[in-house]
Design a protein around this ligand. Structure first.
Ligand SMILES: NC(=O)c1ccc[n+]([C@@H]2O[C@H](COP(=O)([O-])OP(=O)(O)OC[C@H]3O[C@@H](n4cnc5c(N)ncnc54)[C@H](O)[C@@H]3O)[C@@H](O)[C@H]2O)c1
Ligand SMILES: [Fe+2]
Length: 385
């Protein structure tokens, strides 16, 4: 077995309705808190689901401000604006309340609000210096697992996505509350749920940091996500299915935080960056094609995961690995999300640029079970067209 380290968020609360007692939780664990910033996006703010959390914070005589200008795949400018805002207000605790985009911005606010270090020097692994403000994360999608990862993804320039990866980005508390996710549209539920499943699959087959705790989490995550995604899509108000999805996505997040993602994410990022395709959907579009490319190096491990999502599969590792890939393809088909790159506006003439951009994702590609060349990346995109 490899030597390994495993880190995660120290305090998890999984309870439908818990967000509406967020102020009580803050008062209990941060009795000194005076002014909380809740970070969300306009779309989620409009659902009205932020209000109970705000009311409960106020009921504890804690001042609360809202930053709701987060946009999907947050650009650097939004982060910098949010930080300036937080400094001006004198914030002393940050709550991320939204999807991965809001939680990623919340992490950087917590780090940057009390620091002189420029954001531009934080990209990459382990480049954040100093402490951060207390940070509570409350996901509203069962997808990214950002509530338990030390990663923040920012769109730099027009199209490139860069990651800040540092232990300071682990939150203090993550609250999983399914009542926040019941209104998530079926297609967003499907795409974000598949993102979470990709986290589990890529963590399980990661090249350098595979470890038994991440493996255990990835398997359990996949089981929860697979067993509940159809119900969460077709009957969005099923709280039990929604809570199971949140726990599954969180466990996948814990898994890949310590056994990092690979080529599916590397090839998904340029699709998101250039064509403004949501993160989960970008992953789903390339997933089967990357898995087929990886199979010669990873079939044994894919076959182990097939025990969870295609238990009827028999025969060789290759056959069971194929069953996993087909099951994921069928899932995307039946949830009605796009399954071909052409459906999101990609044409043959874009493939060179996509492949060149994917090759810049060296942080991710280095974890892939099989080496990916520029020609390989182009061929994978061509297969996904
Ligand atoms: N930090 C990490 O570890 C990590 C991992 C994977 C992805 N990411 C990043 O996370 C971002 C994607 O996050 P995401 O997929 O959660 O989507 P998102 O946060 O971008 O939100 C997508 C849309 O869904 C809406 N929405 C969110 N929750 C809702 C709800 N409960 N009801 C109704 N509408 C709701 C939002 O308003 C938004 O319009 C990307 O920037 C991606 O790069 C981060
Ligand atoms: Fe992801």
């Amino acid at each position: 077995m490899n030597n390994f380290e495993f880190q995660t968020v120290p305090h998890l609360i999984s309870e439908s309705g818990a967000a509406s007692r967020c102020g009580d939780i803050i008062r209990k664990y941060y009795p000194e808190a005076r002014h909380v910033l809740v970070v969300t996006d306009t779309g989620f703010l409009k659902t009205g689901l932020v209000q109970p959390a705000l009311d409960n914070i106020k009921s504890q005589q804690i001042q609360v401000s809202v930053f709701s200008d987060v946009i999907a795949d947050p650009p650097e400018a939004v982060v910098l604006q949010a930080v300036a805002n937080a400094r001006k207000l004198g914030i002393d605790l940050v709550v991320g309340l939204g999807g991965g985009s809001s939680m990623d911005v919340a992490k950087l606010i917590a780090v940057l609000a009390g620091s002189e270090q420029p954001l531009s020097t934080m990209y990459g692994i382990g480049n954040v210096k100093g402490e951060r403000l207390p940070l509570i994360q409350i996901p509203t999608t069962a997808g990214t697992g950002s509530e338990v990862t030390p990663i923040s993804i920012v769109t730099t320039g027009n199209t490139t996505k860069m990651g800040v990866v540092a232990p300071q980005l682990y939150a203090d508390i993550a609250i999983l509350d399914a009542t926040l996710t019941t209104g998530l549209p079926a297609k967003v539920t499907a795409a974000t749920g598949i993102d979470a499943m990709v986290h589990a699959i890529e963590a399980y087959t990661t090249r350098h940091k595979k470890n038994p705790i991440s493996d255990m989490l990835a398997r359990q995550a996949l089981k929860l996500l697979w067993n509940n995604i159809d119900q969460a899509c077709s009957n969005g108000s099923n709280l039990a299915a929604r809570q199971a999805m949140l726990v599954g996505a969180m466990m996948a997040g814990q898994s890949f935080a310590n056994a990092p993602c690979a080529a599916v994410h590397a090839l998904a990022y340029p699709i998101g960056g250039i064509f403004h395709v949501p993160h989960g959907l970008s992953n789903s579009l390339v997933l089967p094609h990357v898995l087929r490319f990886n199979a010669p190096a990873a079939a044994e491990l894919y076959a182990e995961l097939a025990e969870i999502i295609a238990p009827e599969a028999m025969g060789s590792a290759e056959a069971r690995s194929n069953a996993l890939i087909t099951a994921m393809e069928d899932l995307a088909e039946r949830t009605g999300i796009e399954t071909r790159l052409t459906q999101v506006g990609v044409t043959e003439s874009d493939l060179d640029r996509l492949a060149a951009d994917a090759m810049l994702q060296t942080r991710l590609l280095g974890n892939n079970p099989r080496e990916v060349s520029l020609a390989d990346a182009r061929a994978i995109y061509a297969a996904a067209l």
